[in-house]
Design a protein around this ligand. Structure first.
Ligand SMILES: Cc1ncc(COP(=O)(O)O)c(C=O)c1O
Length: 481
């Protein structure tokens, strides 16, 4: 590598150009580690800061990624700036249900529930009753913010179940949680505005923020919520417009926020004047005796925009959810919702309203909780068999997934490939991490779409992989710190 101190091009740009060239020509391969800052600085007889700036530029331009405490590595070619690993790749499309997966596959990849537990009979009764009751009116254009009686029943339901006081006029009906994220983004974010997100996070939200040119900054996710110290620093540094979080059974880590962290978030959002998007897709699936409440329940100053998706706890294809709208944003949100799809299906809102009023909802949640508690217990029992290979995980006591930490030397993509060959689908954790901090030794296993037998068989396939590699070198697996 040549650095010419006699030309006007800054040294760090020369370094950047040199390394970029080597990556483009495949002289440096994907996954290859770049020399340490100090050793390269010494070799090229330049300051450390020259190397730091050159490496930073390479990362910004999407050529490399860094792993804290480990170093800088060359990215695979399809690895873009600020994007989760393998964006637009098969895995993401598969999780989103866009790419068909073999029917024979044991599907630990999808967080969706299985159709067998959909409450089809009760919902059918509601649909028929709406048709008989409302006739043609069931198919007129509904209000943009949503069918008023439905907003009323949601308001009552949220008060009774989550001690959340939201008026019907604060509610905006949406066609699923993803649309809620998109509408808020379109309303609040312009090119270059900062959005803080949990790292790792739900890649569908990242896609929405990116579509508006947001500057997306990750904050590490700890077992009791966001790392408050890092959050504080990032707020001061980036002056964010939005913070996007999942308070209970976060996707993908499955961690839930402590009361302390929740209170701090509200405090910080008031102090620094940013909104918090709370994406609540799973709070209802609590398998422990401890009560879990959303952040919105303690929001007394309209800082939290609460999104409720019913996809994972009802039926994803119904495409109905709701969000709360701060008074100040009401008109803008209505405008964006109208531009997006005019309104969500009035017929389905009426049927869902009846479903709630008849008390079917509570029965349904109790029912699915029983089914999922069983699956959850089997998952945990089977996964504990992997402890001996250095695999660890937190028990979330709720939700639909387990976030597994693999031994340091295992790359989740290798395990993903091995599982794929044995008709088992898993999600490599890499796709959930953003920009600077990417860990390759995590996988997410979801149990919403698998039977109890499939759980046992699928985890055996995973165990076989560990057995095979473990035997090759007994000392290979070190705990990952
Ligand atoms: C965290 C999270 N939010 C939102 C969504 C989108 O949900 P919906 O089907 O309600 O649009 C998903 C889907 O997987 C999700 O995991």
């Amino acid at each position: 590598m040549l650095i010419d101190k006699n030309i006007s091009t800054p040294l760090y740009i020369q370094l950047y150009e040199n390394i970029k060239d080597m990556i483009d020509k495949d002289q440096l391969k994907a996954g290859e580690k770049l020399p340490s800052i100090r050793s390269l600085a010494k070799k090229l007889e330049v300051n450390n800061i020259t190397i730091v700036n050159g490496y930073k530029l390479l990362e910004q331009e999407g050529y490399t990624y860094s792993i804290k405490g480990s170093g800088t590595y060359v990215k695979p070619h399809n690895y873009g700036l600020d994007t989760p690993y393998m964006e637009d790749g098969d895995i993401e499309l598969m999780i989103g249900g866009i790419l068909p997966m073999s029917k024979d596959n044991i599907n630990f990849a999808s967080v969706s529930p299985t159709p067998e537990i959909f409450p089809v009979e009760e919902f059918k009764q509601s649909l028929v009753e709406v048709l008989d009751r409302d006739k043609g009116n069931a198919f007129i254009y509904p209000e943009i913010n949503g069918y008023k009686p439905f907003r009323e029943s949601i308001s009552i339901f949220m008060h009774e179940n989550y001690n959340m006081n939201i008026d019907k006029d604060e509610i905006q009906i949406i066609s699923g949680g993803q649309q809620g994220i998109d509408i808020i983004t379109k309303t609040l974010i312009s090119q270059g505005d900062c959005v803080l997100v949990e790292n790792p996070t739900y890649s569908g939200a990242i896609a929405a923020f990116k579509s508006r040119g947001a500057k997306i900054i990750g904050v590490p996710m700890l077992k009791d919520g966001l790392d408050l110290e890092v959050l504080n620093n990032r707020i001061k540094r980036y002056n964010p417009k939005l913070l996007y979080i999942m308070t209970n059974y976060q996707n993908p880590t499955t961690y839930s926020y402590s009361e302390h962290t929740k209170n701090k978030l509200i405090e910080l959002s008031k102090q620094h004047n940013f909104y918090i998007i709370e994406d609540d897709f799973l709070t209802d699936l609590n398998y422990s005796k401890d009560k879990k409440t959303p952040l919105k329940s303690i929001d007394n100053s309209d800082q939290v925009i609460y999104i409720k998706s019913f996809s994972k706890i009802f039926m994803p294809g119904v495409r109905i959810g709701f969000m709360t709208v701060p008074q100040k944003l009401f008109k803008d949100i209505i405008r964006v919702k109208h531009t997006t799809d005019i309104s969500s299906s009035g017929f389905l809102q009426r049927a869902f309203d009846l479903y709630l009023r008849k008390g079917y909802w509570k029965k349904h949640i109790e029912n699915i909780k029983k089914v999922y508690t069983n699956k959850y217990n089997i998952m945990v029992k089977e996964l504990k068999k992997l402890y001996k290979y250095g695999v660890t995980f937190e028990e979330p006591y709720g939700g639909l997934s387990i976030w597994l930490k693999l031994p340091k030397d295992i790359d989740s993509i290798d395990l993903y490939n091995e599982c794929g060959e044995n008709n088992v689908s898993i999600v490599p954790g890499k796709i959930f991490f953003i920009n600077d901090t990417i860990y390759s030794n995590y996988i997410r296993l979801s149990f919403g779409a698998v039977s109890e037998e499939e759980i046992i068989h699928g985890i055996r396939v995973i165990e076989n992989y560990f057995k095979k590699t473990y035997k090759e070198d007994n000392n290979k697996y070190l705990p990952f710190i």
